[in-house]
Design a protein around this ligand. Structure first.
Ligand SMILES: Nc1nc2c(ncn2[C@@H]2O[C@H](COP(=O)(O)OP(=O)(O)OP(=O)(O)O)[C@@H](O)[C@H]2O)c(=O)[nH]1
Ligand SMILES: [Mg+2]
Length: 210
């Protein structure tokens, strides 16, 4: 894979569903580089994957929080690279035991997946940097895991207000040396999609050559 934007676009467009896993031991054999999309439940993770891969039907989206309950793997035409849709965190309406189980699987994947080469943190631009987001960011900082931030649902704010959140988040995360970009994103308007593809491409390229 090269960083040529046409190649990358083609590669993301070629994403296919590979499998769902309920726990780490059911995950497909390790790839070379997996980039996982994480974030609060209902933040827009699955929609972001669909926008980036230009495939509305790839990852299931829903108005109801808690739609993605499994770890979903998508392969690209380059078999060494995968995108991973993680279950959202912070969904209050599931039972405590289910919540704990979810947390454990998420944790297990993040802590133990050898091929995890990058994290895309999806945050609703109207509710950025929740406690869990910060926990995840602290972890990706100490783990030196390349992290891309998408401030999604940017269409919900006026341009000026969206920019303000962008600068606020940027300032707060100044010290986080593994951040590879902060992007104003909208799955509805397709804002930030090509920028995200470029940033993802460079994370993937770095991961492949590491
Ligand atoms: N206006 C707007 N709505 C969005 C955007 N992205 C997602 N949504 C909506 O937000 C809701 C949740 O989107 P999903 O992509 O399913 O969110 P998720 O983070 O995958 O949710 P879980 O799988 O439940 O954790 C859906 O109703 C989407 O249509 C966006 O950029 N703009
Ligand atoms: Mg989802």
């Amino acid at each position: 894979m090269t960083t040529d934007s046409n190649d990358l676009a083609l590669s993301f467009n070629s994403a296919r569903f590979l499998q769902s896993s309920s726990k780490l031991s059911n995950c497909p054999p390790e790839a070379v580089v997996e980039v996982a999309f994480a974030g609060r439940s209902n933040a827009g993770k699955s929609s972001a994957i669909n926008s980036i891969t230009n495939n509305k039907k790839l990852a299931r989206t829903s108005k109801t929080p808690g739609r993605t309950q499994l770890i979903n793997f998508f392969s690209l035409s380059d078999p060494r690279v995968r995108l991973v849709d993680l279950p959202g965190y912070g969904y209050a309406k599931v039972s405590l035991s289910l919540k704990e189980e979810w947390g454990r699987h998420l944790d297990d994947y993040l802590q133990h997946r050898e091929s995890l080469g990058g994290l895309v943190l999806i945050m609703d631009i109207r509710k950025p940097l929740t406690d869990f987001d910060r926990m995840l960011l602290d972890w990706s900082h100490t783990s030196v895991l390349p992290t891309l931030i998408l401030l999604t649902k940017a269409d919900k704010l006026k341009r000026g207000a969206a920019k303000n959140v962008y600068f606020q988040v940027k300032k707060e995360l100044e010290a986080h040396s593994a951040i590879k970009g902060i992007i104003l994103f909208s799955s509805l308007k397709k804002t930030g999609v090509s920028e995200s593809r470029l940033a993802l491409g460079s994370i993937v390229t770095d991961g492949l050559s590491a």
